[in-house]
Design a protein around this ligand. Structure first.
Ligand SMILES: [Zn+2]
Length: 467
């Protein structure tokens, strides 16, 4: 059965058919972090969603090229660089490092390409030059280059593909220089921002004069460089639909005259304890805040995967406790099956895999997928308790679970008592073992030993014990 996904572009659920004539390869771009602070749990919902889409496509047999940009220059970053009196690279570097650590903690697969805006200035400039040459972009009196919406529409192109815009209320001739603005203020937006004193040392030379790129053009330039002028999937949080994604379409299609992206997927908002997350309400959590409360990346990932991506999700600490309980149930069942199977190879239980696949195919219906899993866990527990499972059946169930877990990514088991940096080493060791890099896995074991800890491989996964 075909994978069906809700495409924001068509406002409907469609079969996923990649542009690749062989139907195999799929290009996926997800707007990455703006590295000016630690990513919060709302951001992580989007990245875990992108990871789910990628893993599902791979599970369905596609060869995915996953691109996630790093926005390392834009309005908010420049402001913070100014406030903290640091250099751009020094400032963004610390948050980028933290971002990749967090990505790993949540067991998200590393994208194949993670291009930086500051390393693609020539590509950005050449894209702007194309738009200027086509008469769609123009240099204004302040030296900045703007995208001319009326000029774009005059070429027969549509501005407002992802959402309906009321152009009658548009104020002709207005321009907006900031990266973020509301749809009520639809206006020509900045592609290249002329250098101003507040930018400090953050500027690049260009044919339009010294300056820096706008945020929207960064994504158009980097996605098309990595995936081609037309590609399959573009993901992001729903807050990016306007103006960011609409502007990406306008810039890309304005420059190439070709359709930019076939499927646009947007993840819904996340509330915390029923309210919009805000620092003043005390319900603002970074991943690190939750780890400090004693939760694991695995529990947080499990909870973030709990709701359908197009539903507003209410994240609560109680929900995290629930995720812990659910994982314990799965772990216990899988642990017992492992003991029973004792490494016997088997063909995966097709009924289980098919039921899980059918749920995913239905626009990533994760609630139905969890339903399948917990029904299976109950059945297995019943049969295990009644000694009604043969070795071959246990092995077949385990093989099916491994396929399922290639999508969910919750199978890594780490003891919680050990310090965080050691837990990370356990994850690294497990990944090394999965990649059959035994040299690295042994090196990590020795490193842990030197720190006074020993790894025990148990049916329930790896455990750290004090020497
Ligand atoms: Zn973007």
């Amino acid at each position: 059965m075909a994978l069906k996904l809700f495409n924001t572009l068509s406002r409907s659920i469609q079969d996923f058919v990649p542009l690749d004539p062989a139907g195999k390869k799929a290009g996926l771009y997800c707007c990455g972090p703006t590295v000016y602070d630690f990513a919060h749990i709302g951001n992580w919902r989007t990245f875990v969603f992108a990871d789910l889409v990628r893993r599902t496509l791979e599970f369905k047999g596609h060869i995915v090229t996953h691109v996630m940009n790093i926005t390392d220059v834009e309005d908010k970053i420049i402001k913070r660089v100014r406030e903290t009196k640091t250099s751009l690279r020094e400032f963004t570097g610390q948050y980028e490092t933290a971002f990749f650590e967090d990505l790993k903690t949540l067991n998200c697969l590393l994208p194949h390409h993670t291009p930086h805006a500051t390393e693609h200035i020539p590509e950005i400039i050449s894209l702007i030059e194309k738009l200027v040459a086509r008469g769609i972009a123009y240099r204004a009196a302040d030296g900045s280059v703007y995208f001319g919406i009326e000029k774009y529409r005059g070429c027969g192109c549509t501005y407002g593909q992802l959402l309906k815009l009321n152009f009658d209320e548009m104020r002709a001739g207005e321009r907006v220089k900031s990266d973020e603005y509301a749809k009520e203020s639809v206006a020509d937006f900045a592609l290249w921002k002329a250098r101003v004193p507040e930018d400090g040392e953050v500027f690049w030379p260009s044919p339009f004069g010294d300056g820096r790129p706008g945020w929207h053009i960064e994504c158009s330039a980097m996605s098309m460089k990595m995936l081609g002028e037309s590609f399959d999937l573009h993901l992001g949080g729903e807050d990016l639909v306007f103006p960011h994604h609409e502007d990406e379409i306008a810039q890309s299609e304005g420059a190439t005259g070709k359709p930019f992206v076939k499927y646009w997927l947007h993840g819904a908002h996340l509330l915390v304890e029923g309210k919009k997350m805000s620092k003043s309400l005390g319900n603002f959590f970074t991943l690190r805040d939750l780890l400090a409360k004693g939760f694991t990346g695995r529990e947080i990932r499990c909870l973030l995967l709990g709701a359908h991506y197009r539903e507003t999700f209410n994240f609560t600490l109680e929900g995290l406790q629930g995720a812990r309980t659910s994982l314990a149930r799965i772990d216990e069942c899988v642990g017992k099956l492992r003991e029973l199977a004792g490494g016997t190879a088997a063909v995966a239980d097709a009924d289980l895999v098919n039921a899980f696949t059918a749920a995913l195919d239905d626009d990533l219906n994760i609630s139905a997928a969890w339903g399948v899993i917990f029904k299976w866990v109950s059945k297995m527990n019943r049969n295990l308790a009644g000694n009604a499972i043969m070795v071959a059946e246990a092995a077949s169930a385990l093989a099916a679970w491994e396929k399922i877990d290639s999508v969910l990514g919750i199978g890594l088991m780490v003891e919680t008592e050990a310090p965080a940096e050691l837990k990370q080493l356990i994850i690294d060791r497990q990944l090394a073992r999965q990649a059959k890099d035994f040299k690295r896995s042994d090196a990590i074991r020795d490193e842990l030993k030197a720190k006074g800890w020993v790894i025990e491989d148990t049916p329930k996964g790896q455990k750290l014990k004090k020497l």
